[in-house]
Design a binder for this molecule. Structure first.
Ligand SMILES: [Zn+2]
Length: 112
């Protein structure tokens, strides 16, 4: 079954799409390993496991969006797009960003 777009957003010059997919989806398999979220730079798509609900889903989405931000902004070029470094940066920033956004979400509603 073709996944339905969950969220669509602009990042850099591209329109990105996020999908909620089955936990056994091929989109969540990287090098034979099962993931709960993935970010495909080639197609500007993010995939999130349908197993995740509530804050876990939001956190995983933010995690993948941060991967996309580092790629799109070319910040990842500063460390040669090294995947281990990328994962450490994203892993460290995700909880902080999630905590921050939870407190200021009303700001975005007011400003739009
Ligand atoms: Zn990651």
């Amino acid at each position: 079954m073709r996944p339905r777009v969950w969220r669509r957003f602009k990042l850099g010059g591209e329109t990105w799409r996020a999908f909620i997919v089955s936990p056994i989806s091929e989109h969540l398999r990287v090098d034979g390993e099962r993931k709960i979220g993935t970010c495909d730079y080639n197609t500007s798509c993010i995939y999130i496991s349908s197993d995740l609900k509530g804050p876990a889903r939001v956190s995983t989405f933010l995690h993948e969006v941060l991967h996309a931000c580092l790629f799109v902004s070319q910040a990842a070029d500063a460390y040669g797009q090294d995947e281990a470094i990328d994962e450490r940066i994203v892993g460290a920033l995700t909880p902080a960003l999630h905590q921050f956004l939870n407190q200021v979400a009303d700001l975005f509603v007011e400003a739009s």
